[in-house]
Structure formats: C-alpha cells, structure tokens
Design a protein around this ligand. Structure first.
Ligand code: GAR
Length: 197
C-alpha cells in the first residue's frame, strides 16, 4: 500500500521540494502534509503550488512550553495519518515524548557527516577543523539530537578558498540527491544505508 509522508520544514523547503518531486510514478510513497512551525516559511507556498496539504503550528504562542507545542503539532500531524515523517530543515528540537510517538518512522537530514558536528554551524565547523571532506547525513530520529541509525551519507570535498556559504551550497546539492534516495529505500522497507559521493 502507498505510504503517506509528512514533511516538516522551517525555511525555504528545498529538501521538501526534492522529496515531494521524487514521489511520483512507481515510488512507494506520496506526500500527505507539509507542516511548519514558521508561518512565513518559504517552503509553504512551494508545497501549495505542488498541491500538497499544508499546516502551520507556530511555536511562539506556546512561550517555551515544548510539550504543549508538540501536543498541537502531533494533533495536526496525526490527522494527516502519515506512515513516515521527514524532518527537512525543521529547526525545533523535539522532545523524547514527541519522538517516541513515531519511533522507527521519523527521518532527519543533517548537513554534516554525522557523528561529526551535531547541532548548528556545521559548515563553518568543518572548515575550522581543516576537514578534507564534508557532507550530509540522513538518519532515523531518536531522542538524542542528530543521533540515531544512519540511513545514508553523501560526501563533498572541501575546496581551496571555501567559505561556509560555498560549502553549504555544494552540500545542499548532495542533500537533494541523498534524501530522496534514502526515502525511497526506507519506504520500500530497506534500511541499508545509501552512500553517495
Ligand atoms: C538543509 O541544509 C538541512 O540539512 C538543514 O537545514 C537546511 C534546510 O534547507 N537542516 C538542519 O540544519 C537541521 N539541523 P531547506 O529548507 O532548503 O531544505
């Protein structure tokens, strides 16, 4: 049976677009919802133009009450009945309670070669460390931030004269290849990591 995919965004949603565009033809999944915590997120309009249902659950009125925010988030997500949840540039840390509702069904893309550089500013940190290569990772979400079983990685060489912005742009190109490849495999029930270079 076709799997239903909810995609979580906070910004431009370029990964969301690459995921949504991949779910056509004989793909075993289809997007059922794009949800954001940011009312003006650029990705919202893109999702609407692709005909995908959208929802906004703004975290700000909850004034730091993560549990209340996540209860509302879960209510809206569950109404869309997703089988798989893809975090795609969703910039809120989720609590154990929320993650636990969707164990084994939630994926995230992170712009580093995990376990290196969990958290923010990954490109600057890779440059500061003098790394020869950098990249991105798709992993299953567990309660520990940017942790969980790795489902795919794509590598990018660090070039002479790279800035965080230049490196981020090249990593993003790889993100758009990696996430759809992992989602397809995952939706087929195969957790063998996808390794791209
Ligand atoms: C992507 O680079 C993604 O890996 C990163 O945010 C960007 C979102 O771009 N995610 C994180 O840093 C999560 N910790 P997009 O909105 O264009 O897909």
């Amino acid at each position: 049976m076709t799997k239903r995919v909810a995609i979580f965004i906070s910004g431009g949603g370029s990964n969301m677009v690459s995921l949504a565009e991949s779910m056509t033809g004989d793909h075993p999944a289809r997007p059922c919802l794009v949800i954001t915590n940011v009312p003006g997120a650029g990705g919202l309009e893109k999702a609407r133009s692709m005909g995908i249902p959208t929802a906004v659950v703004d975290h700000r009125p909850f004034k730091g009450d993560r549990v209340a925010f996540e209860e509302e988030l879960a209510r809206v997500v569950d109404a869309a009945e997703p089988d798989i949840l893809c975090l795609a540039g969703f910039m809120r840390v989720l609590t154990e309670g929320f993650v636990g509702r969707y164990t084994g069904r939630m994926l995230n893309i992170h712009p580093s070669l995990l376990p290196k550089y969990r958290g923010l500013h990954t490109h600057a940190r890779a440059l500061e460390a003098g790394d020869a290569e950098h990249g991105c990772t798709v992993h299953e979400v567990t309660p520990v931030l940017d942790d969980g079983p790795i489902l795919g990685q794509a590598r990018v060489p660090v070039l002479e004269g790279d800035t965080p912005e230049l490196l981020a742009a090249r990593v993003l190109v790889q993100e758009h290849r990696l996430y759809p490849a992992v989602l397809r495999r995952f939706a087929e029930g195969d957790r063998t990591p996808v390794l791209l270079s």
